[in-house]
Design a protein around this ligand. Sequence first.
Ligand SMILES: *Cc1c(COP(=O)(O)O)cnc(C)c1O
Length: 220
Amino acid sequence: MTDPASSLADVNSRIARAADIARRNANEVTLIAVSKTHPAEAIEPLIKAGQRVFGENRVQEVQDKWPALRAAHAGIELHLIGQLQSNKADDAVALFDCIHSLDRSSLVGALAKAMDKTGRRVPCFVQVNIGAEDQKGGCAIGELPTLLAEARTADLPVIGLMCVPPLEIEPAPFFALLDKLARDHGLAGRSMGMSGDFETAVMLGATHVRVGSALFGARG
Ligand SMILES: *Cc1c(COP(=O)(O)O)cnc(C)c1O
C-alpha cells in the first residue's frame, strides 16, 4: 500500500481491532504518525486524510519542516520521540506538544527551567531502558523512582512511561513490564509500539503508539 490515506485507514483499523480484542476502547489509543526524515509533501496527504498527531526526533528538522504545515492546518500536535540534549530544552518546549524522551536528571532541570521561563507546560513521558541494553537511551529501571521524584519536585507534568524494546526479540514481555511500571507509579500513559509491533502494544495497554514506516513507507 503506497497511498497514504489507505495506509492510515489500515493502521487505524488494526489499532481498533487490537483494542477490541483486548476489550479496550480504541479512543484510549493515540496514533502518533512518525514523520521524521519525510518531507512536507509526504506529510500533507496524511493531514488531509485526518491525521493530526505527528512524531519527530530532531529539533532542527521540526524548525525547517513544520511552521508552514502548522500555518496551513489547524490542530496539529507534535511529539518529540528522540533523544533531547539539555541545551535544546528551550527549543523543545517551544516546538513540541509532548516530549517522550525525558531520561535523566539533567534534563529534568533543563526542561523545568525552560517551562518556567515560558509558562508553557509540556506533558512528558519518562523513557525507560526497558531491556537494560548498554547502548540504549532511557533511564535504568532501578533509577526510575528517583527520576520520577525529581520530576515531581520540579513540577514537570509527567504523564507516563515510554520504551523502545530490544530489537529482534519478542517485545510483548517488555510492553507488559512497562505497563506494570506505569501502574506501580500511578501513571496513565504508556508510549509503546512501533510499525512492527503496535497491535501487541495496544493489547498490552499502550495509550500512544509511534508508527512511521507502516504509514510513510521505509525511511531513505
Ligand atoms: C523512528 C521511531 C519510531 C517509528 O518507527 P517505525 O518502525 O518506522 O514505525 C518510533 N519510535 C521511535 C522512538 C523512533 O525513533
